[in-house]
Design a protein around this ligand. Structure first.
Ligand code: G9O
Length: 226
């Protein structure tokens, strides 16, 4: 059925941000740069367009437990695709703020739903369709807020692979070169109920670099197979 956001009747993604934070030594406060973000969307947005999931099978692991197997197991309405135009614009300023190693790279996300479950998130970072990093995280215990349960994963540190990947990407002189590297870089996030292992959401991320004046952008699709 038509949906305008990443979510099912059991779990909805409300907010998602990957960022970098550093201490501004002069002004004595923390500065943050958001590479990508999804902000809470009003429920009245138009329904999501569908992308055929077969078009992206080869961007993710294909052997046992790959995207095809996951989709075959379903439920099919829990599969989404996000195309991010990441904001790497400040890379043009040269030296990384805070000097080498001074910055914190993190991801924060928020989900909500009607059931007080323990939410597990597996992230698979893929290069040329092969998994290079897998990370399993558990959300903070659900808490009841305004008539639904809220699940948070706050300031989860990005793995070294991603930090190095972003640093190297930023050294490339042209957006076009960054985009061609990003053609072979994808991330899959699978959210499950820890107790039952029921798949609640599966979100595939693909990337391009944003034209610097636009800042981070994204477009959400639902994944399907006719
Ligand atoms: C152009 C690159 C932008 C990078 C955005 C990163 C999105 C982060 C997605 C969450 C991955 C978490 C898995 C992990 O390994 N964390 O360390």
């Amino acid at each position: 059925w038509p949906r305008s956001h990443i979510g099912t009747e059991t779990l909805r993604l409300v907010e998602f941000t990957a960022f970098m934070e550093w201490q501004n030594e002069l002004a004595m406060f923390k500065e943050q740069h958001r590479f990508v973000h999804i902000d809470p969307t009003p429920m009245c947005e138009p329904p999501l367009e569908m992308v055929d999931i077969r078009q992206i099978y080869d961007k993710f692991p294909e052997e046992g437990g790959g995207l095809r197997d996951l989709y075959d197991q379903g439920p099919p309405h829990a599969f989404f695709l996000v195309k991010f135009w990441a904001d790497l614009s400040f890379s043009l300023l040269g030296e990384e703020p805070g000097g080498s190693g001074g910055a914190f790279y993190g991801v924060s996300s928020r989900y909500e739903g009607p059931r007080a479950l323990t939410l597990n998130c597996t992230s698979k970072v893929c290069s040329f369709g092969k998994q290079v990093v897998e990370k399993l995280e558990t959300a903070e215990p659900a808490h009841w807020e305004d008539g639904r349960y809220v699940f948070r994963m706050q300031r989860s540190a990005l793995c070294e692979y991603l930090i190095n990947f972003i640093r190297k990407l930023r050294t490339l002189p042209e957006k076009q070169m960054m985009d061609s590297v990003l053609e072979n870089f994808t991330i899959l996030q699978i959210l499950r109920d820890q107790e039952t292992q029921e798949l609640l959401l599966c979100v595939a991320f693909v990337f391009e670099v944003s034209a610097s004046e636009l800042g981070a952008q994204h477009h959400i699709y639902r994944l399907g197979r006719d």
